[in-house]
Ligand binder design. Structure first.
Ligand code: BG6
Length: 487
């Protein structure tokens, strides 16, 4: 057998989010969340931002009306809520060591402000985690993955309201207590940086409720509240589950300068530093100096309460987790350059890279560069908790799905991650997004598929929901069985 670059206890697996898979949006006492108001828009142009960051007050009102007949795909997900046993068995068949899932806050506290948690919601996750253990799969649980209760959006302006910190901490303490014997790996906020790109789904900020000139200040204030809440979650996790490990999670967006022109290089450096800002606060425990000057330039003053800085400093994370899908290019002449779309983030085209059908630039070597940079900076364990290819799959007449493009994408990224480990980085594991087809976060499409397992459902919810193995299923199984030696 070939030699593996991966440590022997490397955590292979996959990652999901409650709002994209569970469905059952109004079952078991669940409250309405920001994900439940995201509409599928069939006029949506590929490469355009979908409705997810343009949700208006009017759309929220309509979504809260029980007779609304719009298409809300995240309300149905892939019915993981009722089918998780079958799905976990398939993940176990691939040999998963870890499955990342998130808890829907609204199953535990439907509005966020109840004094007592909803037992039916707590029981659902207890059963889910027990079933994972029966399948020898360790849960990695995200506390907040684009899920906040809509009640908190309407009452406090989402995370802009400092009151939300207490609501979140109450929720976090309840789940730490309840699952302390079942869950040892935790994450606080999924892609905490995404508040800048899509403030609604990430922090419940409805853009039309603010004047244009005040919006940025609102976003940074809300982010500060999330940082404090994240640090408090770290504190209580350590207190309640002493043998746990809790990490933060960022979107790793590596930016290259378009040319060696120092102005392009400086611009790329600024963008990379912006990306580091979010992990600096959570790993190093303080706002970096560069962000202080950026905020000053923008005229933004974050309101802190006495003790905030100490909380950030004292409760830093045990590991840094990240998603990685693409790299970016920046140029001071960007308006004259060819562009790529991208529903996470667009930008200047990199002539050396291919793009996905959704305009994301595919850059496996960028993963190695990103890992090396992060490890040089922080020297704490890193965990790649999302990486994958969104593509439209074709089901052949005989039922097979030959997703070689996905295998090529994943293989090249895993290879580069192995090289980063050989370069010296301490990597805890690798999770593919999303091991079973799910509702796309950014576009609410079903047809943007990431899975090793195909789900028979279209963008409108038609289909049997039957699960079937794609070609990549056997491939990933072999990768795990050989600990990454055979790709
Ligand atoms: C990450 C999110 O940004 O990217 C996931 O954490 C998301 O929730 C994934 O699904 C892929 O993005 P999309 O929009 O293709 O589903």
């Amino acid at each position: 057998m070939k030699k593996s670059n991966f440590p022997k206890d490397f955590l292979w697996g996959g990652a999901l989010a409650a709002n994209q898979v569970e469905g059952a949006w109004n079952v078991g006492g669940k409250g309405l969340s920001v994900a439940d108001v995201a509409i599928f828009n069939d006029r949506l142009e590929r490469n355009d931002y979908a409705g997810h960051n343009k949700i208006t007050s009017e759309q929220i009102k309509e979504a809260m009306n029980p007779s609304s007949n719009k298409n809300y795909p995240k309300r149905r997900g892939i019915d993981f809520y009722h089918r998780y046993k079958e799905d976990l068995a398939l993940f176990a068949e691939m040999g998963f060591k870890v499955l990342r899932v998130s808890i829907a806050w609204t199953r535990i506290f439907p509005t966020g402000v109840e004094d007592e948690p909803n037992e039916e919601g707590l029981k659902f996750y207890e059963d889910l985690f027990k079933e994972m253990h029966r399948n020898k799969i360790e849960p990695l649980v995200t506390l907040s993955h684009y899920e906040m209760p809509i009640y908190l959006v309407n009452t406090y302006g989402g995370w802009f309201g400092r009151e939300v910190i207490d609501c979140f901490v109450k929720y976090a303490k309840v789940v730490f207590e309840r699952y302390k014997s079942l869950v040892k790996y935790w994450l606080t906020f999924n892609e905490i940086d995404s508040i800048i790109r899509h403030p609604f789904s990430s922090a419940g900020i409805v853009m039309d409720r603010y004047r244009k000139e005040e919006l940025e200040g609102v976003i940074y204030q809300a982010l500060h509240h999330q940082f404090v809440a994240s640090a408090l979650a770290v504190k209580y996790c350590h207190e309640i589950i002493p043998d746990s490990k809790i990490g933060c999670m960022i979107t790793r967006t590596l930016t290259y300068p378009a040319t060696p022109n120092p102005e392009d290089v400086l611009l790329a450096q600024k963008e990379n530093r912006m990306n580091y800002f979010f992990s600096d606060v959570q790993v190093l425990g303080e706002y970096p100096l560069f962000i202080k000057s950026i905020l000053k330039e923008k005229g933004i003053e974050i309101k802190k309460v006495e003790g905030d800085d100490e909380i950030l400093k004292q409760h830093t994370v045990d590991f840094l987790s990240f998603s990685y899908y693409m790299s970016l290019v920046s140029s001071i002449n960007s308006e004259k350059m060819e562009k790529v779309g991208g529903n996470l983030t667009g930008g200047v085209k990199n002539p050396y890279l291919k793009t996905t059908a959704w305009g994301w630039q595919i850059d496996p070597m960028g993963l190695r560069i990103a890992i090396n940079d992060m490890y040089d900076r922080y020297r704490i364990p890193l965990f790649c908790v999302e990486n994958g290819l969104g593509a439209e799959d074709v089901v052949e007449e005989d039922g097979s799905i030959n997703d070689d493009y996905r295998i090529i994408y994943l293989k090249s990224h895993i290879e580069q991650m192995g090289l980063a480990i050989a370069d010296g980085a301490d990597m805890m594991g690798y999770l593919a997004w999303s091991p079973i087809d799910s509702i796309s976060y950014s576009t609410s499409e079903m047809s943007k598929r990431y899975g090793f397992i195909y789900v028979d459902q279209d963008d409108y919810g038609n289909g049997t929901l039957k699960r079937s193995r794609k070609k990549s299923f056997e491939w990933y199984k072999k990768v795990i069985a050989t600990n990454g030696a055979e790709l």
